[in-house]
Write a protein that binds this ligand. Structure first.
Ligand code: HPA
Length: 273
């Protein structure tokens, strides 16, 4: 998809007509992380398939909707299910909802994902606050001709994850006695999982976790100068010296079991900002 003002306006107008008025916070929910929607008060739902120019949701365990409502007294818009490059979408598609939420008025972005643990001090069921990332997806959501019409071309990435919100979430984790790891997230295209050699490489280059999302959205949010907080729910341990065959069902199950901790962190952070 080519990004255009006209399309962004049509998508945004549709949502405003449905009542998506001035959300303060946008939230992206990753694979297996749908329970937060139960905390949304007075929800208004828009299915991706009905939003003009939205990509269509394809992967069965992503239910594909944008939900507007209140959490902890703040207006939020939540993406239940995101778009991935591995579904065949391009970088503009997978980041389009971020631009739409920005047009709706969000001032901050919360992002979550399910990821594999590269750092073997981290265990499945841990939550990792993303402090930095490595883009291994081979291109950028900002690599298009008229990008300068939408913001800077050469976007600064010296601190892509907002320091203040990171500090707040760390304080919340310690108060709530939630063990919070911190580290670097590497994004790959997928959908195949990594080989042993790839896991070795990821460790060497400084990744603590690996997944197939988040980085394009974070780059675009930086393009839009939106402060971001992002967490990985670690669903499997990627030990190249003892690699077990992947079990997607287990990954989704562990994401679901770990999500209540993530919800607690996000809700408390919403309260505080
Ligand atoms: N790679 C390895 N393990 C994972 C991933 C991934 O992309 N996502 C969740 N667990």
């Amino acid at each position: 998809m080519r990004l255009s003002e006209k399309q962004l306006k049509e998508s945004t107008d549709y949502l405003k007509t449905k009542g998506f008025e001035q959300p303060e916070i946008g939230i992206v929910l990753g694979t297996g992380l749908g329970q937060l929607v139960e905390a949304i008060e007075n929800p208004i739902t828009a299915h991706y398939n009905n939003i003009p120019f939205f990509p269509l949701a394809t992967v069965e365990f992503h239910s594909g909707k944008l939900i507007y409502g209140n959490i902890e007294g703040k207006k939020v818009v939540v993406m239940q299910g995101r778009f991935h490059l591995y579904e065949g979408y391009d970088f503009t598609d997978v980041t389009y909802p971020i631009r739409v939420m920005h047009r709706l008025g969000i001032k901050k972005l919360f992002v979550s994902n399910a990821a594999g643990a590269i750092n073997l001090d981290f265990k499945k069921g841990d939550i990792m606050l993303i402090e930095d990332h490595i883009n291994l997806q081979g291109s950028s959501p900002l690599a298009f001709g008229n990008v300068a019409n939408f913001g800077d071309r050469f976007v600064d990435m010296s601190e892509p994850y907002d320091l203040q919100m990171r500090q707040k979430i760390e304080a919340i984790a310690s108060k709530e006695e939630i063990k919070l790891k911190k580290g670097v997230y590497a994004s790959v295209v997928g959908p195949q999982l990594e080989t042993k050699a790839e896991y070795r490489m990821l460790k060497i280059i400084g990744a603590d976790a690996v997944g197939m999302s988040t980085v394009p959205e974070v780059i675009v949010a930086n393009h839009l100068r939106l402060p971001i907080v992002a967490v990985s729910v670690l669903t499997d341990e990627c030990d190249p010296e003892d690699l077990q065959p992947v079990n997607i069902q287990e990954i989704i199950e562990i994401a679901g079991k770990t999500e209540p901790k993530m919800i607690k962190l996000f809700k408390e952070l919403i309260k505080e900002i």
